[in-house]
Design a protein around this ligand. Structure first.
Ligand code: HPA
Ligand code: ZN
Length: 335
C-alpha cells in the first residue's frame, strides 16, 4: 500500500507556499539575510510546532515568513517544495500564497510573485511538475486591505489563476469579503476560500452563496448541516481535505475519527492535501498514508481521491484528461 500511495499520480490542491518552509531552509535564508530568528536550532524550531488551534499555528507561521526578503528567497522556497512534489508523484499543484504577509513588511508584490512564479516555470521544465497560483486574502485584515492586494496583483494577472481566503476564520466570515471577491471575479480570477475549518456550517453557506466559490478548502464543518451537504453535492463542489493539518490544529482529535470516509460516502468530492507540510508533520504522501492507515482505505478509495484531485483541479480539459489517463493506467496495473 505504501508503494501504491507513493507512486500513484496525483495533484495537490491545498497548499500554502509559506507553509512549506522547512526549518533547514529557514535557517539558511535567515543567515544569508542576516535576520535573527528566535530559535537556536532546528530541533528547537520543531519543538515549537505544537498547536492548540489555528491561531496558535498562524502566529508561528507568520513569524517564519519574516525571513523571506529577496526574490531568490521566494524562488528557493517554491522550488524546494516543487522538488518534493516530483519525488512524490505530484504531477500538478495549485499553490496558495499570501501577498499581504509580505507586502505588510515592505516586500514588494513583484518580488514575491516573480520569485514564486519563476520557480514554477523552472519546475515545469526540469521536474515536469505543473502548477498554478492562488492569491489568498488574509481574512483577519480588512476588505479594504484585500482590495489593495487585488490592485497590486493586476500587473501580474497573467501569473494568477484564482483567489483564496485564509488565516483566522472565526469572527471573519466570508461575507466580510463579498465585494472584493466580486471584483476579483470580474478581473478573471476563480474564487476559492477556506471555510468550515474552525468556522461553522454557516460560514460554508456564505462562501458558496455569497462568494460563489468553486471549491471549498477544508469544509469539515459542512457535515453539521445535511442541507449544506446536499447543496455541495448538487453544485458539484470539491473539498480540499488536509488530514494531518486537522489533527495538528485539533480540528479533529484523532485521525481515526476523521470524517473523510463519511464525506466520501455522502457523495462529497474529497481530495487529500498537506496544507502546511513543514508545520503539520508531513507532505502529501504522508497525509495519504496516515489517513489510509487510520480509516483502512482501499486502493480503490485512494484511486478515487487522486481522480478527484485532477477532476477538481483548475486545469483545462485536455490536461485533466492526460492526467486521468495516466492515473487510470497506473491503477489498472497496480490494483
Ligand atoms: N487555515 C487558515 N489559514 C491558513 C491555513 C489554514 O489551514 N494555513 C495557512 N493559512
Ligand atoms: Zn489552508
Amino acid at each position: 500500500m505504501k508503494n501504491f500511495i507513493n507512486n500513484i499520480p496525483k495533484a495537490e490542491l491545498h497548499l500554502h507556499i509559506e507553509g512549506t518552509f522547512e526549518p533547514e531552509l529557514m535557517f539558511e535564508i535567515a543567515k544569508r539575510n542576516q535576520i535573527e530568528i528566535p530559535f537556536s536550532s532546528i530541533e528547537e524550531i520543531k519543538a515549537a510546532y505544537e498547536f492548540d488551534c489555528l491561531q496558535d499555528f498562524l502566529d508561528i507561521y507568520y513569524q517564519g515568513a519574516n525571513v523571506l526578503i529577496k526574490e531568490k528567497d521566494f524562488y528557493d522556497l517554491t522550488y524546494s517544495y516543487l522538488e518534493k512534489c516530483a519525488v512524490q508523484n505530484v504531477r500538478h499543484t495549485e499553490i496558495m500564497f499570501d501577498p499581504q504577509t509580505h507586502t505588510d513588511r515592505g516586500i514588494s508584490f513583484e518580488t514575491v510573485i516573480l520569485g514564486i512564479s519563476n520557480a514554477m516555470k523552472d519546475a515545469k521544465e526540469n521536474l515536469n511538475v505543473s502548477s498554478l497560483l492562488i492569491m489568498s486574502y488574509l481574512r483577519h485584515l480588512s476588505e479594504a486591505a484585500a482590495f489593495k492586494t487585488l490592485e497590486a496583483s493586476l500587473p501580474f494577472k497573467h501569473l494568477i489563476t484564482a483567489v483564496g481566503l485564509d488565516s483566522s476564520e472565526k469572527g471573519n466570515p466570508p461575507s466580510k469579503f463579498k465585494n472584493v471577491f466580486k471584483a476579483s471575479i470580474q478581473e478573471g480570477y476563480i474564487p476559492l476560500a477556506h471555510a468550515g475549518e474552525e468556522g461553522n456550517a454557516d460560514y460554508v453557506w456564505e462562501a458558496i452563496d455569497i462568494l460563489g466559490i468553486k471549491r471549498i478548502d477544508h469544509g469539515n464543518n459542512s457535515l453539521q448541516d445535511p442541507k449544506l451537504v446536499e447543496a455541495i453535492v448538487s453544485r458539484d463542489l470539491a473539498l480540499t481535505v488536509c488530514p494531518l493539518s486537522n489533527t495538528a490544529l485539533q480540528v479533529v482529535d484523532d485521525l481515526k475519527n476523521h470524517p473523510l470516509k463519511e464525506m466520501m460516502e455522502l457523495g462529497l468530492k474529497v481530495t487529500v492535501n498537506s496544507d502546511d507540510p513543514a508545520y503539520f508533520g508531513g507532505q502529501i504522501n504522508k497525509n495519504f498514508s496516515a489517513i489510509q492507515n487510520a480509516l483502512t482505505l482501499s486502493k480503490e478509495e485512494i484511486y478515487q481521491l487522486c481522480k478527484n484531485s485532477f477532476e477538481y483541479s483548475l486545469l483545462d480539459k485536455d490536461s485533466k484528461e492526460k492526467h486521468l489517463t495516466e492515473l487510470t493506467s497506473f491503477y489498472n496495473t497496480n490494483r
